[in-house]
Design a protein around this ligand. Structure first.
Ligand SMILES: O=C(O)c1ccc[n+]([C@@H]2O[C@H](COP(=O)([O-])O)[C@@H](O)[C@H]2O)c1
Ligand SMILES: Cc1cc2nc[nH]c2cc1C
Length: 345
């Protein structure tokens, strides 16, 4: 099957654990660095894994549902922020430069023209999705094109020698898409999936919830991942979903960002559950629902910084942690090397 992902082999798990436990530290004392190192070693099939050419794809798209007043910012901000990304002034630009991350912005479906630029990849499917309160967000053909586009972009990164890909997004209104997808993929009540997004107040969140309840009722029993993505997704969400499945199939590590990127992963793991073997969760976003998404997936995030920005920023900040996990595997002395006594039997 085109989208099927092989699980990471666990054959060398004992050997890798033994290698970690032989480092000069009490067993388990490096905490989540140890689980990250184990996972990286198994993904790469190497005792000394490395983060090579970390590359971030930030997918931008607009959302027809914004016509219902579900966001505190106007749709025009999607395009304006993309101009900011290409001139290098957004938070993700700053963090990417700080950590030596290659950054590309993808026009997945911005509702407006954007001038061409070397860091902008034009894959515009349409000028934003349709309003999913009244119609499917996209056609099945658009959905399949978006999945394949994400796949091809990640294949190109792999051909260029990147082994670690981070996903980011920009799209006014996309917490509405993400909330409905979360509801459909996890079965959790919509109420626990809907939050403030860019900054709605309590009454704004109540109105957003009422609109999303009505939208979700438009298609009863919409539980298959492809149908959910077509009905309620966004072009950027669908590209991220296809990109993640490709990255996993190619044996790359995936760094997941916040609420919206994890919603795309919820869809991807319904298509092929082993994609999760390749995922690292950069941070736990403050957007309502993200913590429950991570609980549903039974995964912990590397960071918890009360952020809720998107753009791939929370994922980018986790790169030094993944590098630290690689560094202790390759450079730290073992008990034998250093002549340090082990714990008493
Ligand atoms: O990453 C997150 O957890 C996150 C949480 C809340 C908002 N955002 C960003 O805010 C935008 C969507 O918010 P909204 O209110 O317009 O649906 C979109 O551009 C996201 O990148 C991102
Ligand atoms: C200014 C701004 C920057 C963003 N970056 C990601 N989502 C965003 C939403 C807004 C409103």
């Amino acid at each position: 099957m085109r989208w099927s992902v092989p699980p990471v082999s666990r054959d060398r798990e004992r050997e890798v654990r033994h290698f970690i436990d032989n480092k000069t530290k009490p067993i388990g004392s490096l905490g989540m660095l140890e689980s990250a190192a184990l996972q990286l070693a198994l993904i790469q099939g190497k005792m000394k894994p490395r983060i090579v050419r970390p590359s971030w794809l930030v997918f931008a798209g607009d959302h027809g549902i914004t016509a219902e007043g579900v966001s505190s910012y106007p749709s025009a901000v999607t395009r304006q922020m993309v101009l900011n990304f290409i001139s290098g002034g957004a938070a993700i630009n700053v963090f990417a430069r700080l950590h030596g991350i290659d950054l590309k912005i993808v026009d997945a479906g911005i509702a407006g023209d954007v001038p061409s630029h070397p860091n902008l990849i034009d894959r515009k499917i349409a000028m934003g999705t349709a309003n999913f309160l009244v119609a499917p967000a996209m056609t099945l053909e658009q959905c399949e094109t978006a999945l394949a586009t994400g796949e091809h972009l990640v294949e190109t990164l792999a051909e260029d020698g990147c082994n670690t890909v981070g996903f980011g997004e920009m799209g006014i209104g996309n917490t509405s898409s993400a909330a409905v997808l979360m509801h459909l993929m996890t079965g959790l009540p919509l109420e626990s999936c809907v939050g403030r997004g860019t900054g709605l107040d309590e009454s704004g969140v109540a109105r957003k919830l009422a609109i999303l309840e009505q939208a979700a009722a438009r298609v009863p029993h919409c539980r298959t991942p492809l149908a959910a993505l077509q009905q309620y997704g966004g072009f950027e969400l669908a590209m991220i979903c296809g990109g993640m499945l490709a990255a996993a199939r190619l044996g790359m590590s995936i760094v997941v960002d916040g609420f919206i990127v994890t919603a795309a992963l919820l869809v991807a793991q319904k298509i092929s559950p082993p994609v999760l073997d390749y995922c690292f969760f950069g941070h736990c976003s403050n957007e309502r629902g993200h913590r429950d998404m991570l609980r549903f997936l039974d995964r912990k995030s590397l960071l918890q910084l009360d952020m809720r920005l998107g753009e791939g920023t929370g994922a980018a900040l986790a790169i030094p942690i993944l590098r630290a996990a690689c560094a202790f595997m390759s450079d730290m002395a073992s008990f034998d090397d250093a002549g340090v006594s082990r714990a008493d039997e």
